[in-house]
Design a protein around this ligand. Structure first.
Ligand code: GLN
Length: 555
């Protein structure tokens, strides 16, 4: 029988519930169990696809084209659990399916209410993941306990306990234990209040994971256990990690969270834990003695999580190349204002990620021109590829007003434009080219070299495409088409011929990278950055030697 773990959060948002769920998933997989992960988001949007990255950070796309919360990115990076559109529900999605059923007459004349109809719908979404092969379903409830919007979700998970029995489900609550400098103490009161809120609605947490900046003193942990009615060993510290988030699973395992879960859920088929490869990955990260500076030039850099998967993929590429990747987040408008030379000084490689709308595009074009001319490794993702096409058209082909029709509908040179079926689209939500598509890579291309295969599958999220009318002229002038859909109708990859590493992709490879398996394009890009850095150093040394020689032996 499938067991269920529900993870809630209290005190404040942004505690890292998603990351914690991912770590629990990883731990259980490492105990030989088959897990599934899922997130419930209390907001009304049907999915996060219509929201700006400033709201909830990046929109994470799955193979099936679902636009989901970025926490699913953590799930995928840490575990092997397959994800699909059943793995992320919002209030909007739940209500819209209940309302659709009501319109079809499925409730047979009854008054449709939050309890039981909305809560039943939520429960059926949780059960959907519990196929016979699945040992544990981990469900994260978004938001913070006490939020009005989260109430139906909390009520549904409370009822679950009655439906499946106390041994088959458990509740883990993530909370904050702040350190007050003035008092010189960790404060437990917010945790007590938050658990109080949960108990008021009938949920007694089995485990408390306490997010802290400093070590949680024994007395405080005991106080929390006693006042929250939780076993002492189930009060678990999750301290901020100095080095990398990939250390979090190790600290949870050190606190025996896997044992607790297995015992509490009476799981009988668990194997002994094996984290050896993970441990050696962390050890090797600590031993790095070389760096590479990667500039990420984007529009949403102020939001910590707007390019979450891109940043994580760069870290993974660092793991694969045994180097520390220093990510320099650069506001595209800064490049526009200061010029690329100044804004991108010290960059060993430049990445332009995806995006929408024209703010910052001029800065991105300037960054790409700089990378192209100075032969600095460049990686363009989605809008990054589209900008590379615009920059090339303007500055190499001399088509000064070249543009994407996303930014100028009447451009005389629409090098990036909408396909006919996108022109017919009237609704915004869920109507882009979404999900996994196949691509064929040209022999001898950088992309083919990185992947080591001719056919690849990558996820997409865009409306606009490279305009096929410009294929020939671009290729002849040196921006080659190195990847297309297998039927050759859409351009998927562009590469600059006379450049050490200049690759633009229409897909989002960042959604398929893992710490244990860096994405091939990110790995190759960071390797190119390292090579550029080494060459720069050699040039510098050569230059210095030359000036010493000419000062010693003036001609
Ligand atoms: N705005 C562009 C499009 O819709 C690029 C999208 C993206 O970068 N994800 O095609």
């Amino acid at each position: 029988m499938t067991k269920y773990i529900f993870v809630t959060g209290g005190v404040v948002s942004s505690l890292g519930k998603g990351l914690t769920c991912a770590c629990i998933g990883l731990m259980l997989e490492r105990r030989g169990l088959n897990v599934r992960l899922q997130k419930m988001d209390p907001y009304i949007n049907v999915d996060p696809g219509t929201m700006s990255p400033y709201q909830h950070g990046e929109v994470y796309v799955l193979d099936d084209g679902a636009e989901t919360d970025l926490d699913l990115g953590h799930y995928e990076r840490f575990t092997n659990a397959p994800l699909n559109r059943d793995c992320n529900f919002t209030t909007g999605k739940i209500y819209s399916s209940v309302i659709t059923k009501e319109r079809k007459g499925e409730y047979k004349g009854r008054t449709v209410q939050v309890i039981p109809h909305i809560t039943d719908e939520i429960k059926s979404c949780i059960r959907k993941l519990a196929t016979p092969d699945v040992d544990v379903v981990i469900t994260e409830v978004g938001g913070t306990v006490g939020d009005i919007e989260a109430m139906p979700f909390l009520e549904a998970i409370r009822q679950f306990n009655l439906d499946v029995g106390r041994n088959n489900c458990m509740y883990i609550h993530l909370t904050l234990v702040p350190y007050l400098k003035a008092a010189g103490e960790c404060k437990t009161k917010p945790t007590q209040h938050s658990v109080g809120e949960l108990r008021k609605i009938g949920i007694q947490p089995d485990v408390l994971i306490c997010r802290t900046e400093r070590e949680l003193p024994k007395e405080e942990a005991e106080k929390i256990a006693q006042s929250c009615n939780v076993e002492r060993r189930a009060v678990i510290e999750e301290r901020d990690k100095e080095y990398t988030i990939y250390e979090v699973p190790l600290s949870l395992v050190n606190n025996k969270l896997d044992e607790l879960v297995i015992e509490r859920l009476a799981i009988t088929n668990a194997k002994p834990l094996n984290m050896d490869d993970w441990k050696s990955m962390i050890d090797s990260m600590r031993a790095w003695d070389r760096d590479v500076n990667i500039a990420v030039v984007g529009k949403y850099v102020k939001h910590h999580d707007a390019y979450k998967s891109v940043y994580e993929s760069l870290v993974h590429a660092g793991i694969a190349n045994h180097c520390r990747v220093n990510i320099r987040k650069i506001e595209a408008e800064k490049v526009e204002a200061e010029g690329a030379e100044k804004a991108l000084a010290g960059a060993d490689a430049i990445l332009v990620p995806g995006g929408f709308d024209k703010r910052g595009v001029l800065g991105k074009l300037e960054a790409i021109r700089f990378a192209r001319e100075k032969k600095i490794p460049f990686f363009g993702i989605c809008l990054g590829l589209q900008c590379a096409a615009i920059e090339f058209a303007r500055n190499v082909l001399g088509l000064e007003e070249a543009n994407s029709t996303e930014f100028n509908l009447t451009t005389p040179y629409p090098v990036v434009a909408l396909l006919d079926d996108q022109k017919k689209v009237t609704q915004v939500g869920g109507t882009m080219r979404l999900g996994a598509y196949e691509c064929r890579l040209a022999d001898g291309s950088k992309a083919r070299e990185a992947y080591g295969s001719e056919f690849i599958w990558e996820r997409h999220r865009h409306r606009y495409e490279f305009n096929n009318d410009y294929r020939d002229v671009f290729s002849k002038a040196g921006l080659t088409i190195s990847g297309t859909t297998p039927d050759s109708t859409l351009v998927e990859v562009l590469e600059l011929a006379d450049h050490p590493w200049f690759v633009g992709v229409q897909c989002h490879p960042e959604f398929k990278s893992k710490p244990t398996k860096a994405h091939p394009l990110f790995r190759a890009f960071v390797a190119a950055g390292l090579a550029y850095r080494a060459e720069k150093k050699t040039d510098h040394a050569r230059h210095r030697a030359q000036s010493v020689i000419s000062a010693t032996f003036p001609s």
